[in-house]
Design a protein around this ligand. Structure first.
Ligand SMILES: Cc1cc2nc3c(=O)[nH]c(=O)nc-3n(C[C@H](O)[C@H](O)[C@H](O)COP(=O)(O)O)c2cc1C
Length: 186
């Protein structure tokens, strides 16, 4: 079966938004990627899933490197610009700079990393998987930094701030559940 973009199935997912920087035939570029996942701790790996016709995919195919800036709560508008135009016809880095966004150049890759983001990572592609209508780029993290900013969440086609914990059941309920799980230990 197929899921429609922003349809009822897609809308049930909650993700980060990665601002993915790349360089190559389309020059320095940045796109928004809700499909930005930490998939391994040691070594740290970040997987991104990118449409194969995007400027970002064509850049990464050439250089095998990408940068990740996990967008912060106040950076939804940056995601919308990076995700709403293609680097094939718009210099998004120049546009974002004129709009007041500042960048730090990655020490190892020279990738533009967005100041004010929750996390910066520089990645080297170790595996490319063509699946469905997107291409998975698995990147080994060669350097990363975190900052005092909370990541923005994407859900139901809207940006969200993570402000409240989900309700937790009381101690008595937790004990009852633990006892039942214990009973089923193999
Ligand atoms: C919030 C948001 C999340 C997105 N997530 C993805 C994604 O995970 N993968 C993808 O291929 N495109 C994603 N897109 C769409 C791309 O960012 C968009 O097609 C962009 O124009 C591609 O830029 P490029 O051609 O310069 O690489 C997203 C867009 C937005 C606004």
């Amino acid at each position: 079966m197929d899921f429609q973009w922003n349809g009822e199935y897609h809308q049930k997912f909650i993700t980060n938004v990665g601002l993915i920087s790349s360089n190559g035939k389309h020059g320095p570029n940045m796109m928004a990627a809700e499909w930005t996942y930490l998939t391994s701790y040691s070594p740290a790996m970040i997987l991104i899933s990118v449409g194969p016709t995007k400027a970002t995919a064509e850049n990464i195919n050439e250089t095998k490197k990408f940068g990740v800036s996990l967008a912060a709560e106040d950076q939804g508008w940056i995601c919308s610009i990076a995700g709403g135009h293609t680097g094939k016809s718009t210099d998004k880095i120049a546009a974002l700079s004129e709009l007041g966004v500042t960048f730090t150049e990655g020490k190892h890759t020279g990738m533009k990393l967005v100041n004010g983001a929750a996390l910066h990572a520089e990645c080297e592609v170790v595996e490319v998987v063509h699946q469905g209508d997107h291409t998975l780029y698995i990147g080994k993290v060669i350097d990363a930094q975190t900052f005092d900013a909370k990541p923005i969440a994407l859900h139901g086609g809207k940006y969200w701030m993570m402000t409240t914990h989900a309700p937790h059941t009381n101690a008595e309920e937790r004990e009852k559940r633990s006892a039942i799980v214990e009973k089923h230990k193999k």
